[in-house]
Design a protein around this ligand. Structure first.
Ligand code: GLN
Length: 533
């Protein structure tokens, strides 16, 4: 029977609950335990797929084609857990299911209510993930901050859960903030006391407190927190700011967090060993031999999280090449004709990420052109591949005004267009080409040199595709089609022959990259960028 750990957050948001949860998963795996991780999101959207990056940051796509919260990206990067659509439970999904059941008559005779129907649905959603799998621990992160109105049903559900499963099988961890007040020269524990008080009002007594702080907790502060929050001193763990998020499991491990967890849950496991993680990830990240500067030319670069997995995958590519990757975030709307060279002069590689809508497209196309003409390693991802095709069509094939029908319905050269099945789509939610699809790799290409495999599986999130009507002409002009979806002949990877490294793919390789196992395309992109210096 699996044990459950619930992670809540208090005082303020953005304390790094996702990273903390992923790090606990990593620590438990290092003890040989099998874990999975669930994210509960209290918003009413069924999934974040319909939200703008300004609202939500990156939408992370799982193998089974679910559009999920970006925290699932952290979980997959830190642990070996394979996540799918059931690992992200939203208020929208819960209500959708309850209301559908009500319409079918499944609650016939009953008034359908938040308690017990919504809370039951949340609990069964959590249990469903563990069903039929041999798991030791299920970690469940509750999104938002304790005190939020919309989070209440989730908190009530996990309280009930701890009673039903038995208090010895469930652990509550609360991530909180201990601010330092400069003028008083003191660390303040009151917000944490209030936050834990709020949890206790609901009936949840946290077992462990993770305290985010700028400065180390004094002995007194730790004792005070323990006394007033009703926890043992050794379960007050400090979470100081770190240079890299991949260090967090080490910091928690040093304070014995995993030991406390396995003891409290009665889990039998070996001693945790993070030596490999420390040597292969953290040390290399902190003391790299080389340095490389890469431009990411996108529309949402002012947002911290919009290209989260891309930034991480670039860092992983750096780790694999013993290099620190410095990322220059360039707003594609600012890449104007005259300034392109000026803006991109210093970088050794250019990456154009995914995106939607026309804004910023022409800047991306100019960045592609600059990379192609100047032999700068280039990596295009999803919309990045589509802009690379448009650029090639316009400037190499001479198709003036070539475009994607996403941006110009009447273009004379629709080199990127909708598949018939996408033309029929009326609803926006979960209706793109989503999730894992196979891709056959052409031998003798850069893609094949990177993957060293004949076939791979990669995750997708897009509506538009390369228009195969232009394949022969483009081939003749020198574009290499190095990755094709075996059924349906969809173009998945294109590249240039006479260029140091110019590769663009329709899928999102960044979702499969890990710090200790960089995605092959990111690894080779960084390698090419280092060689180009
Ligand atoms: N807007 C493009 C499409 O829908 C690209 C999507 C993306 O980059 N994720 O096909």
């Amino acid at each position: 029977m699996a044990k459950y750990i619930f992670i809540t957050g208090g005082v303020v948001s953005s304390l790094g609950k996702g990273i903390a949860t992923a790090s606990i998963g990593k620590l438990l795996e290092a003890r040989g335990l099998k874990v999975t991780v669930i994210k509960c999101d209290p918003y009413i959207n069924v999934d974040p797929g319909t939200m703008s990056p300004y609202q939500h940051g990156e939408v992370y796509v799982t193998t089974d084609g679910a559009e999920t919260d970006l925290d699932l990206g952290h979980y997959e990067r830190f642990t070996n857990a394979e996540l799918g659509r059931d690992n992200n439970i939203t208020t929208g999904k819960v209500y959708h299911s309850v209301i559908s059941k009500e319409r079918k008559g499944e609650y016939l005779g009953n008034t359908v209510q938040v308690i017990p129907h919504i809370t039951d649905e949340i609990k069964s959603g959590i249990r469903k993930v563990a069903e039929g799998k041999k798991l030791d621990v299920v970690l469940v992160e509750i999104g938002g901050t304790v005190g939020d109105i919309e989070g209440l049903p989730f908190l009530e559900a996990i309280r009930q859960f701890s009673i039903e499963e038995g208090r010895d099988n469930v652990l509550f961890i609360h991530l909180t903030l201990i601010p330092y007040i400069k003028s008083a020269g003191e660390m303040k524990t009151k917000p944490t006391q209030h936050s834990v008080g709020k949890l206790r009002e609901i009936g949840i007594q946290p077992d462990i407190l993770l305290c985010r702080a700028e400065r180390p907790l004094s002995k007194e502060a730790r004792e005070k927190i323990a006394l007033f929050c009703n926890v043992r001193k050794e379960t007050v763990i400090q979470a100081l700011d770190v240079d890299t998020v991949y260090e967090v499991p080490l910091i928690f491990g040093k304070q014995g967090l995993d030991k406390v967890i396995v003891k409290r849950l009665g889990l039998r496991s070996r001693k945790g060993d993070l030596t490999e993680w420390k040597n292969r990830v953290v040390k290399r990240l902190k003391h790299p031999h080389y340095h490389v500067k890469i431009a990411v030319v996108g529309k949402y670069i002012t947002l911290q999280d919009a290209y989260k997995s891309i930034y991480e995958a670039l860092i992983h590519g750096g780790i694999a090449n013993n290099a620190r990757v410095e990322i220059l975030r360039l707003d594609s709307e600012k890449v104007s004709r005259e300034e392109t060279r000026e803006l991109l002069r210093e970088v050794s590689g250019i990456l154009v990420p995914g995106g939607f809508g026309y804004r910023g497209i022409e800047g991306k196309i100019r960045a592609v052109k600059y990379a192609r003409e100047n032999g700068i390693p280039f990596f295009g991802i999803c919309l990045g591949m589509q802009t690379a095709i448009i650029e090639f069509a316009r400037n190499v094939c001479g198709f003036e005004g070539a475009n994607s029908t996403e941006f110009s319905r009447k273009t004379k050269y629709p080199v990127i267009s909708l598949l018939e099945e996408q033309k029929k789509v009326k609803h926006k939610g979960a209706s793109m080409r989503l999730g894992a699809y196979r891709c056959r790799i052409k031998s003798g290409t850069k893609a094949s040199a990177a993957y060293k495999r004949k076939e791979v599986t990669e995750r997708h999130r897009h509506r538009y595709e390369f228009n195969n009507a232009y394949k022969d002409t483009m081939k003749k002009s020198g574009l290499v089609f190095s990755g094709i979806h075996p059924t349906g002949s969809l173009v998945e990877i294109v590249e240039l022959k006479d260029h140091p490294w110019f590769v663009a793919c329709q899928f999102h390789p960044e979702f499969q990259s890990k710090p200790d196992n960089a995605h092959p395309l990111f690894k080779h992109f960084i390698k090419a960028a280092l060689a180009a210096q």
